[in-house]
Structure formats: structure tokens, C-alpha cells
Ligand binder design. Sequence first.
Ligand SMILES: Cc1cc2nc3c(=O)[nH]c(=O)nc-3n(C[C@H](O)[C@H](O)[C@H](O)COP(=O)(O)O)c2cc1C
Length: 188
Amino acid sequence: MVKKIAVFVGSLRKESFNRKMARVLTTLAPESLALEIIEIGGLPLYNQDCDDEGKPLAAWTEFRERVKSFDGVLFVTPEYNRSVPGVLKNAIDVGSRPYGQSVWEGKPGAVISVSPGAIGGFGANHHLRQSLVFLNVPAMQQPEVYIGGAAKLFDANGNIPNETTRELLVKFVNAFAVWVAKNSSTNL
Ligand SMILES: Cc1cc2nc3c(=O)[nH]c(=O)nc-3n(C[C@H](O)[C@H](O)[C@H](O)COP(=O)(O)O)c2cc1C
């Protein structure tokens, strides 16, 4: 059975390297995975009062319902100040509440970070994993993917000509397909 994967991109930039990476992954994924980018830029900032008063914002409810319909989650993110960009952290927070109703619960996940810098967004990648531990998202450990030098990664059509990088990405999505098949709660 094809597993549906929600992809979250931690950048709103028009020419985002991370969005380009998410698109490339969509094309490299095996037939057992259907990757779909879920937009998070329009999500209002999380305010617990709205949930506590029983008046969650419509955009939050729509987002929560949407994420629930997926079998797994993939995060493709830049690093902002050695951590997770606010837009992505906000989406994670929105999905995690009301307390006890987190949409992330038990969904198998994976993380890729992409940066023009040399260390490939390692800080963001691992800060994100810290949240995923708490949210009970089993996050794939290997292969780790921290992509540096992103300014030279893509051609004019958004493709990745470097064969070694493409091979790593194919290995990553294939491993993720196995990970999702093993850890999916929809297997139960
Ligand atoms: C607020 C801000 C903070 C940043 N901090 C980091 C950082 O800590 N590490 C890093 O490698 N790049 C950092 N950058 C540079 C980003 O990696 C770069 O802008 C990258 O292109 C963002 O990803 P995108 O192309 O997907 O938008 C930062 C950029 C911004 C706007």
C-alpha cells in the first residue's frame, strides 16, 4: 500500500533551496511513498488561549486534520541561528496541541537540512529531532543528511546534477520507505 508522506519545508523564500530539495525528493521517492508538500506559511502564530477557550483558529483545525490523514512526516529545513526556523517550529507547535491530541503522535518521520553553509544545517536538524523525541515521532537515524554548499547544488531547472548527492538522496528516500513501512501506525 502506498504511504502518504506530508512534507514540511522550513522556508518561505521563493527560491528556497529547501523547497527545491523537497521537490527533488518527491521525484526520487519510490512508488511506495507519495510525498506532498503541506504549506505552513499561512498558519497563524500559536496562542494556547484559543485552544483553552475551545476556539481554535480555523487554519489550525484545517492543518491538524490534514496532517492526521498522512502516514508519515518529512521535514526539509534550513538552519536559522543554529536552530529551527520559526515558521516550522510554529507548525510543529500548532500540530502538537490541544494537549493529548497531537497530530504528530507516532507518525514515522525523517529530517533533511540544507544550507549554503559548510555544516549543512546540522544545528537545526538536531534541534528539530529534540522536539520529535518529545512528540513521539520515530525519526529515522540513518542515513543522516546535512546538505551544505546549497548555492551550487541545483541547476537552473531545480535539478541536482551531482551524482553522489543524488545517490545519497535516493538512499535516504528508500531507507525512509522501509522506515515508514516498519513504524507506521496504519499498519496496526
Ligand atoms: C534569520 C536567518 C538566520 C540564519 N542562520 C543560519 C545558520 O544558523 N546557519 C546556516 O547555515 N545558515 C543560516 N542562515 C542562512 C540560510 O541557510 C540561508 O538563507 C538559506 O538559503 C535558507 O534556506 P532556504 O534557501 O531554503 O530559504 C540564516 C538565514 C536567516 C534569514
